[in-house]
Design a protein around this ligand. Structure first.
Ligand code: 4AD
Ligand code: MG
Length: 476
């Protein structure tokens, strides 16, 4: 007999049928009631043990964390808290678990502690819910693009170009660390390395996605990206997943429309696909809010907040307008910002982004940033000062999306590359797309974990990826 998942059994409610379940014990009460979870759903299934007809040796092994195979009859539950339960006829212990040393006890553990046992934390309600929601979001993203004629493009993870300039890169090398070969200039001789040149882990698939868009029209990437920035914050990972659509014949307005519609649709998808997990996380968040001072509590619950974002227009605000708002804001005048906004051209910090989102009471799309604080490939505006960049700022998160219309004019792009001090040879292939049938095109990058952070209401990005990589930490 094939086993069924708890999720299937609860959905079918086939009272009177015999079921075979396999899962892990969450709790075992009164030598009689097992709460069995198999990860297919947040819910546990109550299994009633016939303790008089069960061997003592088996009973002794039914502990929190133990893995069991249970055969039994599905019946209407007499007790409260569940509609159905399983009356066990046969219990087999597949994997024992010593309750005296099992780190996951049926009680509340801190997020910090759970990070130390990331190999076991998927077995908790919170992380089970997060991982299921993470999957649903990834699925919704692929579905969204597939339905709109985008092609998923697999851009390289090992890259020979540092074109993006998005941050420090992780070097990929097989050179002998104890005996690194040097060239005549005394620098590392990458000619002797695996690829015959310096290679790194990619910080973004964008430049290669542009090559795809100028051939297939609409493409997107969805893969891991790596940044060796030493930013030990609740919003940064050294390894994170990014989604980067790139669209030919789309200008910045089209790009903003796409990003807004995309975010709303994937949020709508989880709202309907993951009601139990979201409700669990909403309750968890509401509980946490209670311990905060009144003025720091958020006005909306998690599900309300998601619904709000899905239903309401994002506010589109130019960088110049945003700088005026920030300059005249209370925290700026009272010197409450860590970085005071003094003049046009200032780079925005997370504190400013959060202020703007609060100010508008909605997600904000900032556009037309100063060329100096953005990447070389963004299209220069007529004013020669700003570029067609856009960032989307979300409540509680700050920047969730960064994108732009790309500079498609060969001469201007060449000049920008020089101004940014980038070696033109390293980008010869990128420049050629501007030489051979160039076209207007745009795209953006969504940080997947920042989206999961927003949707789950968690506060630390380390808690929305199974095994976080951050400075000083690469366990598991
Ligand atoms: O703004 P970024 O650096 O943009 C790019 O990489 C462009 N190539 C995207 C494009 O136009 N195709 O990064 C995009 C997003 C950010 O908005 C943020 O959500 C996320 O990636 N991100 C990070 N997420 C987690 N940890 C980090 N260290 C991140 N750095 C960026
Ligand atoms: Mg950015």
């Amino acid at each position: 007999m094939d086993h069924q998942t708890v999720s299937e059994v609860l959905a079918k409610q086939a009272i009177g049928s015999t079921v075979l379940l396999k899962g892990w014990v969450r709790t075992f009460r009164s030598n009689r009631f097992i709460a069995l979870n198999d990860g297919s759903t947040l819910k546990t299934l109550q299994v009633v043990v016939d303790f008089e007809n069960t061997e003592k040796e088996t009973l002794d092994k039914i502990n929190t964390g133990a893995c069991l195979a249970i055969k039994g009859d599905l019946v209407k539950s007499q007790g409260q808290g569940q509609d159905v339960e399983v009356h066990a006829t046969d219990i087999r212990v597949l994997g024992e678990c010593d309750p005296n040393v099992y780190p996951l006890q049926p009680k509340k553990h801190s997020m910090e502690f759970l990070r130390e046992i990331a190999h076991l934390r998927p077995r908790t309600n919170t992380f089970g819910a997060i991982l299921r929601i993470r999957h649903a979001l990834a699925f919704a993203i692929h579905q969204y693009f597939n339905e709109r004629g985008f092609f998923w493009m697999h851009t390289p993870i090992i890259t020979g170009s540092d074109a993006e300039g998005a941050g420090e890169m992780f070097n990929v090398s097989i050179l002998d660390k104890k005996n690194i070969p040097l060239n005549e200039d005394g620098e590392v001789d990458y000619k002797q390395d695996f690829f015959g040149k310096e290679a790194n882990l990619t910080v973004s698939g964008q430049l290669e996605a542009e090559l795809g868009a100028t051939a297939l029209g609409k493409v997107y990437t969805f893969g891991p990206t790596f940044r060796a920035e030493n930013s030990n914050t609740t919003r940064h990972l050294a390894e994170f997943w990014m989604i980067e659509p790139e669209v030919a014949f789309a200008d910045l307005d089209d790009n903003m429309d796409l990003a807004e519609d995309f975010l709303k649709k994937v949020i709508q998808y989880v709202l309907q696909a993951c009601p139990d997990d979201l409700q669990f996380l909403a309750d968890r968040l509401a509980n946490e809010e209670k311990s905060k001072p009144q003025n720091e509590r958020s006005e909306m619950g998690l599900i309300e907040k998601l619904q709000f974002v899905a239903d309401n227009n994002f506010r589109r605000v130019s960088y110049t307008e945003a700088i005026d708002i920030l300059r005249n804001s209370k925290p700026n005048k009272k010197k409450k910002f860590q970085y005071l906004i003094e003049e046009w051209g200032a780079d925005l910090q997370s504190e400013h982004e959060k202020f703007l989102v609060k100010h508008f009471g909605a997600p904000v799309i900032l556009f037309d940033y100063p060329a100096k604080i953005k990447a070389f490939y963004m299209r220069l505006n007529e004013d020669q000062k700003t570029v067609r960049a856009m960032d989307i700022l979300f409540p509680g998160i700050g920047e969730i999306v960064g994108g732009s219309q790309r500079e498609e004019r060969y001469d201007i792009l060449k000049q920008k590359i020089a101004e940014f001090g980038i070696e033109e040879e390293s980008l010869w292939w990128y420049l050629e797309t501007r030489k051979f049938g160039t076209c207007v095109h745009s795209g953006f990058g969504l940080g997947f974990e920042r989206l999961v952070l927003f949707v789950t209401g968690m506060t630390n990005i380390r808690d929305v990826i199974p095994f976080p990589r951050t400075p000083g930490s690469a366990e598991f």
